[in-house]
Design a protein. Structure first.
Ligand SMILES: *[C@@H]1O[C@H](CO)[C@@H](O)[C@H](O)[C@H]1NC(C)=O
Ligand SMILES: *[C@@H]1O[C@H](CO)[C@@H](O)[C@H](O)[C@H]1NC(C)=O
Ligand SMILES: *[C@@H]1O[C@H](CO)[C@@H](O)[C@H](O)[C@H]1NC(C)=O
Ligand SMILES: *[C@@H]1O[C@H](CO)[C@@H](O)[C@H](O)[C@H]1NC(C)=O
Ligand SMILES: *[C@@H]1O[C@H](CO)[C@@H](O)[C@H](O)[C@H]1NC(C)=O
Ligand SMILES: *[C@@H]1O[C@H](CO)[C@@H](O)[C@H](O)[C@H]1NC(C)=O
Ligand SMILES: *[C@@H]1O[C@H](CO)[C@@H](O)[C@H](O)[C@H]1NC(C)=O
Ligand SMILES: *[C@@H]1O[C@H](CO)[C@@H](O)[C@H](O)[C@H]1NC(C)=O
Ligand SMILES: *[C@@H]1O[C@H](CO)[C@@H](O)[C@H](O)[C@H]1NC(C)=O
Length: 590
C-alpha cells in the first residue's frame, strides 16, 4: 500500500473501497495520543504517500530497478529438507486462481482428493505446501487463508506490487496435517479479499502446490512418537457458505466466537493449534493508546466457557505497515506465513471423551475490531482401544494481572507504560493402551510496553516485549518446554516540520526468538531478528526521495544437527549482502 502512515489494509473489507477512506492511522494515533496532551503534531499530507508519491519513489530508482522484470520479495526462513533417504517429491497443483474482485465474496473452493502417490498418512516423511503468487500494478496488502476440510493450513499477507510486478513464494511444512491430506472427498478453500478499481488495479495470481516426500519402504523409519502427526484434525472454524474467510471475526473485548466439536472416544492427546491475525483498528495494537484499549492483546481459548489457554501473539507487521518501503524486498517476520500457537488440551480430555459436543471459543482481551481467529484440534487416537478414559486433576486460570500507567512530561510529550502477566495451568490424566499418563500444561506469560512521545510531539517510540513460557509436563513422550520472546521497537520521527524540507523517519527492530526442549524431541533454538529503517524526504510537501534499509539475522540450531544461519542486508531494492550456512560448518555465498 502507498501510505507512509502506519495504515495497512490487510483484511480491510466490506465498505472500504476508496483508498481515501483509509483514514491515515498514524495520524489518527498521533491525534488521539496527543489530544491527551492537548496538541497535534503533523498534517496528513506528511504522513501519506499517494500513488503519485510512490511513482516518484519508483522513478528515482536506478535504471536496473525500473526494468519490466518482476521483483522477488521474500521472507527469510530456513529451507525445508526431507529426512535422509526419503523419496519424492510428488508434486500436485492444487489450485491456480486469479484474485481480482474477491472482497466479501465466498472463498474459492475446489474438490480435494489425495494425490495418487499418497497411499497412507504414515508413509509421508515431509509435506510442503507451496504458495506462489505474483501481482503487478497498484494494490494494497491483503490477508489470505488456505483451508482443507475447514482446517486452516496457511495464513499470509500478500506482497504489495510494483509497476513492473512482484512475485513471492512461501514453502510451509504441513507434515503435521498429513491425516487431512490423506482424507478423500474434501474441499480446499482459499480466501484472499482483493479489490479492483481505477487506481488499485493489481490482481493477485496464485498457485498452490503440494509437494510430498515419502519414507522409503525398505528403511521405513517410524516417526518418533514425540513428533508423529495427529491421527485426526477437527476444524474449529466457521463453515461455509461465507462472504469472507473461514476465520471467526472477533470484534471487541467482550465478543466470544465459538463452535461445537466432538472428540472421538479413544483420543489420548489433544492440541489446539490457533491461527490469529489483527486487522483494522487493531492492526497495530501495540501502538494503541488508553482510549484505544491500550496496547495489550491476548487471545484466550475457552472450553465450555472456561479459559484453558492463552495466545500472546507475535506482532506480525504486514507489508503495508509502518512504511511499506521497509518491507521491500525482505518482508517482515511472519508476514508471508503467519505463526501459529499450540494450546495443549490433553489435561482436559477427561471432559471431552464423553461423545458429546463441547464448545470451543475464542476471545481477544481488549480487542477492537477486528481479530481473525480459528483453530485446528489435533487429536491422537489409540489404535488398540475404542475408548480411553481421563480425568482433570487441577485447573487454575487466575485473572490477568497488569495495567496502564501514563504521565505527561509536559504539555505535549508523555509516556504510557503498560504491563500484563498471566499464569494458566492444568493437570489431567488419560488412560489408554499406552498406560495411565498424567499431563500438565502450564503457561507463564509476561508483557511490557512503553509508548513515549518526545521532542515536542515530533517523535514517538514504542518498545514492547512479550515473554511466553509454556511447559507440557508429565509422562508423555510429547513433554516439552517452549519459550517465546518477541521484542519490538518502533521509532517514528522526523525533522524540519513546518519547513519546506522535511524528513520522515521510521525505524523498526523486531525479533522472533524461540527455544524448545523435549526429552524425546531434543532441543532447538531460533533467533530471527530484523533491524530496518526508512527515510522519506519531502520538499514543499512533495515526496522528493526515499531510502530504506534492512538487516536480518536468522540463526537456527537443533540438537539433531539441523542448523541454518542466514545474514542478509538490503538497501532499497538491492540485496547487498546475503550469506547463509546450512551445515554451520561449511559456508555458502550467494
Ligand atoms: C501458475 O501455474 C501456471 C501453469 O503452470 C503458470 O503459467 C503460472 O505462471 C503460474 N503462476 C504463478 C504465480 O506461479
Ligand atoms: C463426498 O461428501 C459429500 C458430502 O458429505 C457426499 O454427498 C458425497 O456423496 C461424498 N462423495 C464420495 C465419493 O464419498
Ligand atoms: C461486541 O461484538 C459483538 C459481536 O459483534 C456484539 O454483539 C456486541 O454488541 C459488541 N459489544 C460491544 C460492547 O460493542
Ligand atoms: C506466575 O508464576 C510465577 C512462578 O510460578 C510467579 O513468580 C508469578 O508471580 C506468577 N504470576 C502471576 C501473574 O500470577
Ligand atoms: C490414572 O491415574 C490417576 C492419577 O494418578 C488416577 O486418579 C486415576 O484413577 C487413574 N485412572 C485409571 C483408569 O487407572
Ligand atoms: C511545540 O509544539 C507546539 C505545537 O505544535 C508549538 O506551538 C510550540 O511552539 C512547540 N514548542 C517548542 C519548544 O518547539
Ligand atoms: C526496550 O526495552 C528493554 C527493556 O527496558 C531494553 O532492554 C531495550 O534495550 C529496549 N530496546 C530498545 C531498542 O531501546
Ligand atoms: C534532518 O536530519 C538530517 C540528518 O539526520 C540532516 O542532514 C538534516 O539537515 C536535518 N534537517 C533539518 C531541517 O533539520
Ligand atoms: C552479518 O554480516 C555482517 C557483514 O559481514 C557482519 O558484520 C555481521 O557480524 C554478521 N552478523 C552475524 C550475526 O553473523
Amino acid at each position: 500500500m502507498f501510505t507512509l502512515n502506519s495504515q495497512s489494509s490487510v483484511g480491510h473489507n466490506r465498505a472500504r473501497t476508496m483508498p481515501t477512506s483509509s483514514a491515515p492511522r498514524l495520524l489518527f494515533l498521533c491525534f488521539t495520543l496527543l489530544s491527551h496532551f492537548h496538541s497535534s503534531v503533523a498534517t496528513p499530507r506528511h504522513l501519506r504517500l499517494s500513488v503519485q508519491d510512490i511513482a516518484t519513489v519508483e522513478a528515482a530508482q536506478p535504471a536496473r530497478h525500473r526494468a519490466k522484470a518482476k521483483t522477488t520479495f521474500f521472507e527469510v526462513d530456513r529451507p525445508l529438507h526431507p529426512p535422509r533417504g526419503s523419496s519424492g517429491p510428488c508434486s500436485t497443483l492444487l489450485l491456480s486462481h486469479s484474485f481480482a474482485l474477491t472482497l466479501t465474496k465466498p472463498p474459492v473452493t475446489t474438490a480435494y482428493s489425495p494425490p495418487s502417490c499418497l497411499r497412507g498418512a504414515g508413509d509421508v516423511s515431509l509435506a510442503v505446501l507451496e504458495w506462489r503468487a505474483d501481482c503487478h500494478g497498484v494494490q494494497y496488502d491483503r490477508i489470505f487463508g488456505v483451508w482443507l476440510g475447514g482446517a486452516e493450513l496457511l495464513r499470509g499477507s500478500t506482497a504489495e506490487p510494483r509497476p513492473g510486478g512482484v512475485t513471492w513464494s512461501v514453502h510451509k511444512d504441513v507434515t503435521k496435517y498429513t491425516s487431512l491430506l490423506a482424507t478423500g472427498n474434501s474441499t480446499l478453500a482459499v480466501y484472499l479479499g482483493n479489490l479492483i478499481d481505477d487506481t488499485y488495479n493489481g490482481i493477485y495470481y496464485a498457485n498452490l502446490t503440494l509437494h510430498l516426500y515419502f519414507h522409503r519402504k525398505a528403511q521405513s523409519a517410524p516417526t518418533p512418537a514425540a513428533s508423529a502427526p495427529a491421527d485426526l484434525i477437527v476444524p474449529v472454524s466457521r463453515s461455509q457458505p461465507l462472504d469472507d474467510g473461514l476465520w471467526f471475526v472477533v470484534q471487541n473485548g467482550t465478543d466470544v466466537e465459538s463452535t461445537r466439536v466432538t472428540v472421538p472416544a479413544n483420543a489420548y492427546r489433544a492440541v489446539l493449534e490457533v491461527y490469529v491475525s489483527s486487522h483494522y483498528s487493531d492492526e497495530f495494537w501495540y501502538m494503541n493508546t488508553p482510549d484505544q484499549n491500550g496496547p495489550f492483546r491476548e487471545v484466550t481459548v475457552q472450553l465450555d466457557g472456561d479459559v484453558v489457554g492463552a495466545v500472546w501473539p507475535f506482532p506480525v507487521i504486514y507489508t503495508g505497515g509502518i512504511n511499506p518501503l521497509i518491507w521491500r524486498p525482505i518482508t517482515s517476520i511472519g508476514s508471508f506465513n503467519l505463526p501459529t500457537y499450540d494450546i495443549e488440551l490433553t489435561p482436559f480430555l477427561g471432559k471431552l471423551l464423553d461423545n458429546k459436543e463441547h464448545e470451543v471459543g475464542f476471545a481477544v482481551t481488549n480487542a477492537q475490531n477486528s481479530w481473525y481467529v480459528n483453530a485446528n484440534l489435533h487429536l491422537w487416537l489409540d489404535p488398540k482401544a475404542s475408548t480411553t478414559a481421563g480425568g482433570l486433576i487441577s485447573h487454575d486460570a487466575p485473572k490477568l494481572a497488569g495495567g496502564i500507567n501514563s504521565h505527561s512530561l509536559d504539555g505535549i510529550d508523555g509516556e504510557y507504560r503498560a504491563t500484563a502477566s498471566r499464569n494458566i495451568s492444568a493437570t489431567g490424566w488419560v488412560s489408554s493402551s499406552r498406560g495411565n499418563i498424567t499431563t500438565t500444561f502450564a503457561q507463564r506469560l509476561n508483557f511490557a510496553n512503553t509508548n513515549v512521545v518526545s521532542k515536542n510531539g515530533s517523535e514517538q517510540t514504542i518498545n514492547q516485549t512479550i515473554d511466553a513460557h509454556t511447559e507440557v509436563g508429565g509422562g508423555g513422550a510429547y513433554a516439552h518446554q517452549l519459550h517465546h520472546s518477541f521484542p519490538l521497537y518502533i521509532f517514528l520521527g522526523g525533522n524540519g516540520s513546518g519547513t519546506s524540507s522535511q524528513r520522515l523517519m521510521r525505524k523498526v527492530q523486531i525479533g522472533f526468538v524461540e527455544s524448545r526442549s523435549g526429552a524425546v524431541a531434543g532441543t532447538s533454538t531460533l533467533r530471527n531478528e530484523q533491524v530496518a529503517e526508512a527515510v522519506v524526504v519531502l520538499r514543499d510537501d512533495q515526496v522528493a526521495g526515499a531510502s530504506w534499509r534492512m538487516h536480518q539475522v536468522y540463526n537456527y540450531g537443533a540438537s539433531n544437527g539441523a542448523c541454518y544461519v542466514r545474514n542478509v542486508t538490503s538497501v532499497g531494492y538491492d540485496v547487498l549482502f546475503d550469506h547463509d550456512e546450512a551445515s554451520c560448518g561449511g559456508t555458502a555465498r550467494r
